[in-house]
Design a protein around this ligand. Structure first.
Ligand SMILES: [Zn+2]
Length: 114
């Protein structure tokens, strides 16, 4: 019979320990949720997060991939742009104004915050 790795035993004991999360927060200086969110932000494309988690307040800029809570919604969300700079890489002012159509179109600047 092969012996169990002591590090595996340590890991199991830690995972079952009631004070693991408090110890983690003291050690790392942030809550487990803050740490998880930071890890996810550093290692995941914004577009994947928005799609997979069905986020309410965040969209992903179709040009630069940055997260945005306000910006251009083009043709009912076919595309989103975070800034004039990103918008104008795809649409001229005239093309956007034609889509905007004085507020009657389905392309406009908006905020997804309440
Ligand atoms: Zn952008």
């Amino acid at each position: 019979m092969t012996k169990k790795d002591p590090v595996d035993e340590l890991r199991e004991e830690l995972m079952a320990h009631p004070d693991l999360e408090r110890f983690f927060t003291d050690k790392v200086g942030m809550s487990l949720k803050q740490y998880m969110a930071g890890y996810i932000i550093d290692n995941t494309e914004v577009e994947e997060l928005v799609d997979e988690l069905d986020l309410e307040h965040t969209r992903c800029c179709s040009e630069c991939g940055s997260p945005m809570y306000e910006g251009y919604c083009i043709e009912n969300g076919a595309e989103y742009y975070c800034s004039d700079e990103c918008l104008h890489k795809h649409l001229t002012e005239e093309e956007y104004n034609a889509l905007y159509d004085d507020g009657r179109g389905d392309s406009y600047w908006t905020s997804w915050l309440d």
